[in-house]
Unconditional design. Structure first.
Length: 259
């Protein structure tokens, strides 16, 4: 009995071991700005929390929306493209090549190019479109990996019985890759939450997020205390998104096991 318990504890530790370095790095990211905030006398900065909680709350909510919306759009487009690749293998090969080209293209070039193309578009819409375009390679890689594990023999069998591609995609493939869809949305949203180049240049300077305010406070005003205060809010928000991702993936895995 003791050996079984020891093996169980060891197995649980091995499952948690990969998360330990990530947790330590995350704590470092949170402790450093907190230490600087304490050193700079918390709350004394005019540009930080002194502006009021309502303004900060609206800014955080806007930042989350400008991260989640492009993540949803990029995941949706990647899912559609990956599903098309199941029924048209040539399209799948071209799509993979395009993802690799975008993945290794400097995002600065992409942002400046999109800032010219979307200059006449309303700022928030331009930011969502540009962010989703930049996120496409990450979402596409996740969706391609998930659909690549699906048994394509089921698709051929269903097609031979007269099932339409839409029916196969909705009833068979999408339920199989729902965990990848959740991971793609939340992980890309966490990545997009830290964007400041896209809202600044593509949003024509009129789209304000936590990241752009932090960038302005440090590089223009030099107010490091206020910037660190906002960093604490940003990191805490990202922790919440990570917890949502963990809960969602566990729920998806459990429901798949029950089905």
């Amino acid at each position: 009995m003791g050996r079984l318990a020891a093996k169980t504890v060891s197995a649980n530790f091995m499952n948690l071991a990969p998360a330990l370095p990530v947790s330590l790095v995350a704590l470092g990211y949170l402790i450093l700005p907190l230490a600087l905030v304490v050193e700079g006398s918390f709350g004394s900065s005019e540009a930080g929390f002194h502006r009021g909680g309502s303004t900060l709350t609206l800014l955080a909510l806007e930042s989350i929306c400008l991260a989640l919306l492009p993540a949803l759009l990029a995941t949706g487009l990647s899912t559609i493209a990956s599903l098309l690749g199941v029924f048209h293998p040539r399209f799948s090969k071209n799509y993979r090549k395009w993802l690799l080209v975008m993945l290794f293209t400097n995002p600065v070039f992409i942002v400046f190019g999109l800032s010219i193309l979307l200059a006449r578009t309303p700022p928030h819409i331009a930011v969502v479109l540009a962010s989703s375009y930049v996120l496409m390679p990450f979402c596409g890689q996740i969706m391609q990996a998930g659909i690549g594990e699906f048994d394509l023999a089921q698709v051929r069998a269903a097609r031979s019985l007269g099932a339409t591609p839409l029916f196969i995609a909705v009833r068979h493939i999408l339920p199989f890759v729902r965990q990848q869809v959740i991971a793609s949305v939340l992980l890309s949203a966490i990545y997009a939450f830290g964007f400041f180049l896209i809202p600044t240049y593509v949003g024509l300077g009129r789209t304000i997020t936590l990241a752009t305010v932090i960038y302005t406070l440090t590089n223009t005003i030099g107010d490091w205390t206020a910037a660190c205060q906002l960093c604490v809010v940003a990191i805490a928000t990202q922790f919440v998104l990570v917890l949502l991702w963990i809960c969602a993936t566990h729920f998806s895995t459990a429901s798949r096991g029950r089905s």
